[in-house]
Design a protein around this ligand. Sequence first.
Ligand code: AMP
Length: 162
Amino acid sequence: MIERTLVLLKPDAVQRGLMGRILSRLEDVGFKVVGAKMVWMDEEFGKKHYFDVAERRGEKVLKVLLEFMTVGPVMAMCIEGVNVVENMRKIVGTTEPKSAQPGTIRGDFAHVSFAYADGQNMGIKNLIHASGNSEEAKFEIGLWFKPEELHSYKTVHELHLF
Ligand code: AMP
């Protein structure tokens, strides 16, 4: 099933100069970038994107998360592929870099733990956001992109991978 997901390269990925290397991994898998832009979001927009974090993880996590996510621009991308929501989460790795498997983006480019981030009173720097499920993907793509910012085109991958 071909579907779309939202990916954010978070301020740590942008500021560490990892955008290209992370995007290369996504392109290597054969995913198609159908929308991309840099956005420096504010707290108000952050609360829309992370509308359920306070409920799921607590107010304190939301506060440090928004401080981190607004420290600089993010690279927002809409990515298309077969079961891309599930496949992207697999490639991204689990939320906590300490627990993320080697070979995943978070496991290969970061290592910090929840305990360390909480002790420092800061958001966990885990490089990348990817929508958690298809419903979340539809909501997040609608939040971040206007329809005219998303493009349909053919890649060479479609000859062999789709
Ligand atoms: P989630 O949607 O549950 O993955 O959480 C959204 C984001 O909140 C994660 O990608 C992390 O950046 C951040 N986060 C979650 N839990 C913590 C925590 N205990 N301490 C700091 N940041 C966290």
